[in-house]
Design a protein around this ligand. Structure first.
Ligand code: NAD
Ligand code: UFG
Length: 338
């Protein structure tokens, strides 16, 4: 039996494929390489001693998807990472996001249905909670997207739960990630954003590597312990491991289940800067600037449901997250290169 991993050469996908292979599971990867590189597969092979089958397929190509299921009849479940994820870009290019993320998922589910594969683990996001009324955030909190990217996650969650409601043979596991950072301890795989990063840790890494002069800290007047925004940072390897737990759970339980994946602890921007400085011995120059539109004060998970039903909880703290990010950055100053 094998797992089809869409978006498997991306940041979270590559770490999950490495965990799957290390656990002795077969993984088949598809990706259109719009935000990742094929050489990631070489790195996964160096880590695990195994190379996953890879097909360059776009989710917007229904025949290409059908061909993959026909070629690999051993596929019995899907982990669905593939999608576009930049919040700002989704505001300026909403149609691109609605088409890629939503149509892509519909095509995937149709191909699954045709192949008789009815088990899916989906990458959702804490962004579906919008600005929460309180923290920590539980799965039953109200859902409200505040940008087209978040809207695609909400619509896909709904599509998948409707499919499971219509056909009791389906198992849908919706995983709402908080803020994934860190990298594999080998330093061989990590996050490699194109251009100037939008997210905090990738930006700090560019400053540490001398590629950008200074971090802008977006606002110091939030209602938090030091005035800067608080988030629930989670090590990408912890996150990857949760997908194996979700697959096991989906094999045993039909219908839709939703899980928050976070540590349950919130850290501010300045806490993360301090942790990165501690991990590297480097000074990260920063200046306080205006708030970034749409940002919220605090966002962190109540991860109790994942602990109870998946038997999963995060093992790594922010020091380890920063050490592993820094190792990836040192060993790959230009990411995966050209
Ligand atoms: P990523 O961009 O590194 O990986 C996504 C992969 O999907 C890329 O390799 C890209 O080439 C591929 N892809 C995009 N559209 C495709 C298409 N139409 N057909 C085939 N492949 C396609 O992103 P990531 O950080 O690994 O995120 C994985 C998933 O987790 C995404 O769905 C993202 O929305 C979600 N998520 C990420 C975060 C985060 O902060 N990284 C937080 C919450 C949720
Ligand atoms: N920040 C800065 N300077 C930067 C970048 C970020 O101060 O250059 C701050 C932000 O204001 C925020 C914190 O660092 O307080 C984290 O920002 P990120 O952009 O790293 O992450 P977000 O919490 O804004 O959003 C991320 C993903 C979303 C996802 C969300 C919840 O980008 O896609 O986590 O999972 F929806």
């Amino acid at each position: 039996m094998a797992v089809l991993v869409t978006g498997g050469t991306g940041f979270i996908g590559s770490h999950t494929v490495a965990e799957l292979l290390s656990a002795g599971r077969e993984a088949i990867v598809i990706d259109n390489l719009s935000n990742s590189k094929e050489c990631v597969l070489d790195r996964i092979e160096r880590i695990t001693g195994k190379r996953p089958a890879f097909r360059k397929v776009d989710l917007l190509d229904p025949e290409g998807l059908e061909r993959v299921f026909a070629e690999f009849p051993q596929i019995d479940s899907v982990i669905h990472f593939a999608g576009l994820k930049a919040v700002g870009e989704s505001v300026s290019k909403p149609l691109l996001y609605y088409e890629n993320n939503i149509f892509g998922t519909v095509n995937l589910c149709k191909a699954m249905e045709k192949a008789g594969v009815k088990r899916i683990v989906f990458s959702s996001s804490a962004t579906v909670y919008g600005k929460p009324d309180s923290v920590p955030i539980r799965e039953d909190f109200p859902l409200r997207a505040t940008n087209p990217y978040g809207e695609t996650k909400l619509v896909i969650e709904r599509i998948l739960s409707d499919i499971a409601a219509a056909d009791p043979e389906w198992s849908v596991s919706v995983l709402r990630y908080f803020n994934p950072i860190g990298a594999h301890e080998s330093g061989l795989i990590g996050e490699d954003p194109k251009g100037i990063p939008n997210n905090l840790l990738p930006y700090i890494m560019k400053v540490a590597g001398g590629k950008l002069p200074c971090l802008s800290v977006f606002g110091s007047d939030y209602h938090t312990h030091d005035g800067t925004g608080v988030r629930d940072y989670i090590h990408v390897v912890d996150l990857a491991k949760a997908h194996l737990c979700a697959l096991d759970r989906a094999a045993a339980v039909k219908g839709t289940e939703v899980f928050n994946l976070g540590t349950g602890k919130g850290y501010s921007v300045l806490d993360i800067v301090a942790a990165y400085e501690k991990a590297t011995g480097l000074k990260i120059p920063y200046r306080i600037t205006d708030r970034r539109p749409g940002d919220i004060d605090e966002c962190y998970a109540d991860p109790a449901k994942a602990r109870e039903l998946l038997g999963w909880s995060a093992q790594y703290g922010i020091d380890r997250m920063c050490e592993d990010s820094a190792r990836w950055q040192r060993m790959n100053p230009d990411g995966y290169g050209d």
